[in-house]
Design a binder for this molecule. Structure first.
Ligand SMILES: [Zn+2]
Length: 226
């Protein structure tokens, strides 16, 4: 796999205690939420594991925010200084593959809107998932498994671009351009059009008129060569 971001995923390592805590967590009903279990009823070792997972989740977040230059992995909106907006994101939902719950390459940081309001537990961003599994089940990190730019293996900037203008405290224009099929899928899947602001200028009207075609329309256009 290629890793387009810095620091590289390969530089993230788990301590022995973290590895043991993950093994324990994966046996619990809700592995990702073990750090919120009531402490009463847990043995001393389980409390240590629970604290370790809590710290590990903080490490994940800091690591991915650095890789993403403090931007949402899907819409690229800036998250600096907005901790409430920063969600740890499982690219393959943890409810669909619990073994990947603590796997660094399946994690990223998304804004609340992309993570909660739009993506939720949907799986249409995963190719072949409706038909029983990933298209390339033996290689979770194959780009062929994803309809969207994967935050850790695809270079977002090759699929989409985001430009905006800001005067003092107001964003006066915000626009996404799509550069690929994955970019177009993301544009509609994450409703990026809802984040666009077009100033009423000649240039902005021109940009608006060249907005992205829906992926289904692109497929039709390619099919019929128009
Ligand atoms: Zn977002």
């Amino acid at each position: 796999m290629t890793d387009p971001r810095e620091p590289k995923l390969s530089t993230f390592s788990y301590s022995l205690l973290e590895t043991e805590a993950i093994e324990w967590a994966l046996k619990q009903a809700n592995p990702w939420g073990v750090d919120t279990l009531p402490k009463t009823g847990l043995s001393q070792q389980e409390r240590d594991f629970s604290d370790t997972i809590e710290n590990l989740k903080d490490r994940f977040k800091a690591f991915h925010l650095e890789r993403q230059n403090d931007c949402c992995c899907y819409c690229a909106q800036w998250l600096m200084g907005r901790p409430i907006e920063q969600d740890r994101e499982h690219i393959i939902p943890k409810g669909k593959n619990r073994e990947l719950t603590f796997t660094i390459s399946n994690l990223a940081v998304a804004c609340k809107t992309c993570n909660m309001s739009v993506k939720g537990t949907k799986t249409s961003h995963l190719r072949g998932f409706r038909h029983g599994g990933l298209r390339e089940p033996n290689d979770v990190l194959s780009p062929k498994n994803y309809n969207i730019p994967h935050p850790n293996i695809d270079d977002w900037t090759l699929h989409l671009s985001h430009t905006f203008e800001k005067t003092d405290m107001t964003v006066t224009a915000s626009h996404y351009s799509t550069k690929s099929k994955k970019g177009r899928f993301s544009y509609y899947f994450f409703k990026l059009y809802e984040l666009e602001i077009f100033a009423n200028t000649e240039e902005q009207r021109r940009i608006k008129s060249t907005q992205s075609l829906h992926p289904k329309l692109v497929d039709l256009r390619d099919k019929f060569g128009q």
